[in-house]
Design a protein around this ligand. Structure first.
Ligand code: UDP
Length: 457
């Protein structure tokens, strides 16, 4: 509902062009729009969002920002982001400068740009905000606990001169980061450590932003949020899980296959394991085959998303032999992309085998669905550890994908007593998180403060 009688201000959003970043940014847009703000989304050409799904927003595509880098491996992410920032910088300035000048010359107070909210990854935005004298706010789309690992890593490098990620220490607890073990830290990025450190220092050299928004909630990450606030001079607003507050429009980059919902309708309550490794992870052909047999051998119904192009050397699932497909019968349903929030909300889904991307983790928690954690890279190890060790609403799948381990994990979650206990805890956590987003809850209060701050700019 739009707020009456307020001066209508415009907020410029700069999402990072990845599914797990676009979703929360557009959710934030929809929350702000329903609180009376106009929204302009400025985006790169790569993975551009679909304007037709968000008719209330204006979209501005930054010209010449397609990048020649293809991301076919997880460790290509950091160089990709670096190139993207370099390409977008000048374009963003040109694009906004015209708009700001026009509105200032016309002396317009209505529809004036109140601030820029940018994904932390798109740190080029900060300089433009400073040049144009516009306030800026950062959106962090990952978990707060993951963010803390970054400063801890930089500190470790300073004190030890290197990163002590030796195999034999991988199960040791990281000092100051309980409950995280060395193996939970975002180690795939270390292949690009120099670039990463450069990005971190560039981002922190420009400390002129006014606030930081986290898509999380105090009832999930209170102590991590408190630590971040201690380290930080500006207010932190934890207003998540945003998908529960925003209107339900989809920002999927892939076409959603809704036929899986009819298939789920035919399954019994809590019987299905839903499997997805998110929008960025890759697997090799052997892992695909192991996953397939693990799911079949578990004897439980499964709904499995295999993103096209996510299996090295294959277009989709053509590698799975005919005899495997015959073995699935009606028990398995393999698709390219699903409306995930609807899937998780379906009564038939009893568990989620997930890469533990932060959005998926929040979406699963919000539907009370316990998880099998199969982290791949980035923040996923941290999220997985919190799911299994702090909130105790999931179990961890050991790193190597092997059919026996997958079969066992699925049965532990869906059939065994242990899984039933996890489901009870997951339902309980769902209720707790829901309260945070309601009137008087911590996320709701934080959102009100954020809106007041933007109005005051
Ligand atoms: N998602 C979806 N359909 C799918 C698989 C994923 O809509 O078939 C969405 C999911 O709901 C989540 C996002 O894609 O919002 C993935 O983000 P996440 O942070 O979980 O993981 P990432 O893709 O960044 O690794």
């Amino acid at each position: 509902m739009e707020k009456e009688g307020r001066r209508r201000l415009r907020v410029v959003l700069v999402p990072a062009p990845f599914q797990g970043h676009i979703n929360p940014m557009l959710q934030l847009g929809s929350i702000l729009h329903s609180n009376g703000f106009s929204i302009t989304v400025v985006h790169a050409q790569y993975n551009s969002p679909k304007p037709s799904s968000h008719p209330d927003f204006s979209f501005l595509s930054l010209p010449d920002t397609s990048t020649d880098r293809k991301m076919s491996r997880d460790d290509e992410l950091v160089p990709f982001v670096s190139q993207l920032n370099a390409k977008c910088k000048a374009r963003f300035r040109e694009c906004l400068a015209d708009q700001v000048m026009m509105s200032r010359q016309q002396g317009k107070t209505d529809d004036a740009i109140a601030c820029i909210i940018y994904d932390e990854v798109m740190h080029f935005s900060e300089e433009t905000a400073k040049d144009l004298n516009l306030p800026s706010i950062i959106l962090r789309t990952g978990s707060a606990s993951h963010f803390l690992t970054r400063s801890a890593l930089v500190q470790l490098i300073k004190t030890e001169g290197h990163l002590p990620f030796l195999e034999f220490r991988s199960h040791d607890l990281v000092p100051e980061l309980y409950p995280l073990r060395f193996k939970d830290l975002p180690h795939s990025i270390f292949k690009n450590l120099d670039k990463l450190l450069q990005i971190v220092s560039e981002a922190s050299d420009n400390k002129t932003y006014s606030a930081i928004i986290h898509n999380t909630t105090a009832c999930l990450e209170n102590s991590s949020l408190a630590k971040i606030q201690q380290q930080c001079q500006v207010p932190i607003f934890s207003i998540g899980p945003m998908h529960k507050i925003a209107s339900a429009s989809s920002s999927s980059l892939w076409e959603e296959d809704n036929s899986c919902l009819a298939w789920l309708d035919k399954q019994s309550c809590n019987s299905v394991i839903y499997v997805s490794l998110g929008s960025l992870a890759f697997m090799d052909a052997k892992e695909l085959v192991e996953m397939a047999w693990g799911l079949v051998n578990s004897q439980q119904p499964f709904l499995w998303v295999v993103r096209p192009g996510s299996v090295h050397g294959a277009e989709w699932i053509e590698i799975l032999a005919k005899c495997f497909k015959e073995n699935i019968d009606e028990r398995g349903y393999i698709v390219k992309w699903v409306p995930q929030k609807k899937v998780l909300a379906h009564d038939a889904v009893g568990g989620f085998l997930s890469n533990c991307g932060w959005n998926s983790t929040l979406e699963s928690i919000c539907e009370g669905v316990p998880m099998i954690c199969r982290p791949c890279f980035g923040d996923q190890g941290v999220n997985a550890r919190y799911v299994s060790h702090i909130w105790k609403v999931g179990l961890e799948l050991e790193s190597e994908l092997e059919r026996g381990k997958i079969e066992k994990a699925v049965r532990r979650l869906l059939v065994d007593e242990e899984g039933k206990e996890m489901r009870k805890r997951a339902k309980n956590l769902k209720d707790i998180v829901e309260l945070c987003t309601r009137e008087g809850g911590s996320s709701n209060n934080s959102l009100k403060e954020l809106i007041e701050m933007i109005m005051s700019f």
